[in-house]
Design a protein around this ligand. Structure first.
Ligand code: CMP
Length: 139
């Protein structure tokens, strides 16, 4: 089915000027970028966004990293977009990511892993609503 998923180009990637290279990978995979903006997350926004991880040992480090420099938030549209984008990103840890994936090509470590993508259609809708108004998404 035609779906929308939520994507973040993370600080390690914006810092290295990789926004365009990552967008090219996304578009080559057949996903359409139907909304996009560059923002600096507040600590509160980052803590809310990663709330499910708040008991994890890496939570503090994750929040500090995500607010350290600008990110690019995006809505991606395409056939089975949630699963399709997870495939394009590759495994969370770049050491395990397949050839040609965003994380294999660009990520530095499991924390500084260049991209986030929603893990389910339900979470995609929640995450999109945290950053975009309906009229900012133009399919
Ligand atoms: P993301 O898809 O944004 O969702 C949660 C993030 O936590 C994940 O990508 C990783 O970047 C980060 N993460 C997962 N495991 C670790 C870890 N062991 N150390 C630091 N960050 C981690």
């Amino acid at each position: 089915a035609l779906e929308r998923t939520f994507s973040i180009i993370k600080p390690d990637a914006t810092r290295r000027n990789l926004t365009g290279a990552i967008n090219a990978t996304i578009e080559k995979a057949g996903l359409r970028i139907v909304a996009q903006k560059r923002i600096l997350l507040t600590r509160a926004q980052a803590e809310t966004f990663y709330g499910v991880h708040k008991e994890r040992p890496f939570f503090g480090e994750l929040v500090d990293f995500m607010i350290s420099e600008p990110i690019v938030v995006q809505v991606l549209e395409g056939e089975n977009a949630v699963a399709a984008y997870r495939e394009v990103m590759g495994a969370t840890n770049p050491a395990n990511a397949a050839e040609g994936t965003i994380r294999k090509e660009f990520a530095l470590s499991v924390g500084e892993n260049s991209a986030h993508g929603s893990d389910s259609l339900e979470n995609a809708q929640i995450e999109i609503a945290q950053f975009f108004a309906g009229n900012e998404i133009v399919g």
